[in-house]
Design a protein around this ligand. Structure first.
Ligand code: PBG
Ligand code: ZN
Length: 322
């Protein structure tokens, strides 16, 4: 059938009509708000590269997360800026470090808020790489033990979900085994399974002070040109025990997100990363785009492509409006 029999415009005549036939719906239930935790007390310091986002000390994080939770945000993901860095990133698995203290505080104050911890070493190493350096590159296998220690420390603090973002081969298995050995078989793993070596992480690296001091991350994060490799990465992480898999960044990789979701039918997350956030904020500040519509359109795009959950710096602000 075709025109004049078929007239798609018949179903678009009013908002009520459009809502009746709408295929995708955003829900606050699917949003995860990232936060940057810093040492100190009473700290809420604007992050210049990410207008609207803050460095928060644990006490201020409690306030912000409380507001987000009240607005309907079910989950947060925590990144830490440690008070010390060293060659191997040992602050990452320090039970008294910022993220661990933040997890304990949040689970005490807001037991129903799901706390996800980002498991990586780049914020904690003096060289800014996501693992232990040997021979000028990140050494895969000796890094696994450090990541596993970090995940166990987060679980001990009370994290509901650990999210390895390092892109070492075999880390999901190493973390799963370590969690299970330590009595945390009930703690879920959200694997950054498909993480590209992206320029969109720029604002985050300023915010987290985690830019590599030499070289780049291309020997462990993925080549933006590859999609078959994305399927392979997702397959490996699922086989190693990932409960949920992530594709990151977001908008530039919607095709990858759709393929991963359709291929594996697993709980799949999208991460609208810092560069995507800051680009929207910058264009809006200049009056070039309708910010709220762009945000909702973009988040809808993630869902339409197959995302079950969305990590976005807009979560706390937009949850209340959905
Ligand atoms: C750390 C990590 C990064 C992001 C999440 N975890 C940065 C990186 O890999 O350099 C990026 C998040 C964002 O840009 O919003 N491994
Ligand atoms: Zn890292």
């Amino acid at each position: 059938m075709s025109f004049p029999i078929d007239r798609p415009r018949r179903l678009r005549r009013t908002e009520r009509f459009r809502a009746l036939v709408r295929e995708t719906r955003l829900s606050a239930d699917d949003l995860v708000q990232p936060y940057f935790v810093v040492p100190g007390e009473g700290v809420k310091k604007a992050i210049p590269s990410m207008p609207g986002q803050y460095h928060l000390s644990v006490d201020r994080l409690e306030d912000e997360a409380g507001k987000a939770f009240d607005a309907g945000v079910p989950a947060v993901i925590l990144f830490g800026l440690p008070s010390y860095k060293d060659e191997i990133g040992s602050a990452a698995w320090d039970d008294e470090a910022e993220v661990q203290r933040a997890i304990r505080a949040l689970k005490k104050q807001l037991p129903d808020l799901l706390v996800i911890s980002d498991v990586c070493l780049c914020e904690y190493t003096s060289h800014g790489h996501c693992g232990r350096i040997a021979g000028g590159d990140v050494d895969n296998d000796t890094t696994l033990e450090l990541l596993a220690r970090t995940a166990v420390s987060h679980a001990r603090a009370g994290a509901d979900i650990v999210a390895p973002s390092d892109m070492m081969d075999g880390r999901v298995r190493a973390i799963r085994e370590a969690l299970d050995r330590n009595g945390f078989s009930h703690i879920a793993i959200l694997a950054y399974a498909v993480k590209y070596a992206s320029a969109y992480y720029g604002p985050f690296r300023d915010a987290a002070e985690s830019a590599p001091r030499f070289g780049d991350r291309r020997s462990y994060q993925m080549d933006p040109a590859n999609v078959l490799e994305a399927l392979r990465e997702a397959e490996l992480d699922i086989a190693e025990g990932a409960d949920m898999i992530m594709v990151k960044p977001g908008v530039a990789y919607l095709d990858v997100l759709a393929r991963v979701k359709q291929t594996f039918n697993r709980v799949t997350a999208a991460y609208q990363v810092s560069g995507e956030y800051s680009m929207i904020q910058a264009a809006a500040a200049n009056g070039w785009i309708d910010r709220d519509r762009v945000v909702l359109e973009t988040l809808t795009g993630f869902k339409r492509a197959g995302a079950d959950l969305i990590l976005t710096y807009f979560a706390a602000e937009f949850a209340g409006r959905l």
